[in-house]
Design a protein around this ligand. Sequence first.
Ligand code: SF4
Length: 242
Amino acid sequence: MSDTTQLIRYSVITEKNPREIVLLRGNGCKWRRCCFCDYHLDFDLNPQLNFQLNSAVLDQVTGQFKHLEVINSGSFSDLDKDTMNQIKNICVNKGITHLYFECHWMDRHHIQALKNEFQSLGVNVQIKGGVETFDMEYRESVFSKGIDTDNPLEIAAYYDQICLLFGVAGQTLSSMEQDLETGLKYFNRVCINIMVENSTKIKPDQQVISIFMDKIYPKYINNPRVDILINNTDFGVGGKNE
Ligand code: SF4
């Protein structure tokens, strides 16, 4: 993700938990160390420029499903104040009742205040976190994710939904199934991302992906609590405008 100026930033997800989704830009992920990620390159340190871009994206929200997912590289707390105010206005004016944000573990202590703020407007906020796997040793040695607990209950104290990353060397049928079942046990929803080629040194492992596609995908594809992104642009955002 070297050039982020042409990214598609608004889309509509019509299957499972139908919602609108916007890819906004903040001042950048403060962790920036996940080995598989080049998504953190989508940032700008100028809050006015970010607001200008975000405002045009948010103007496309219609409120058709009353659910809105807001993503940006890093955490919701990396978005500027004007953008957050516009999100609040849109929730009120377009009748959004459920709002989904992303948050890195390092920013988890900001979550409750955010939930309270939106609750006072009648909006239920749910937080999505990239856990990638519940195997802490693998997660931290291979992915460098920066989550210092192996206890799903501790993670669930902050997060409502989690993302898992599958398709990387070292993962097995049982490790992936265990991650998925743990995710479904402790969280409302699970989003599986399959590793795709990007500019990082972590490469997709085709053998692991085949195991996933043969044995796991058919079992979970119709589960309404599981989103599966074979390509990271499957939600309709993050790809390039032609
Ligand atoms: S927290 Fe998210 S944006 Fe930041 S480096 Fe990790 S995956 Fe990338």
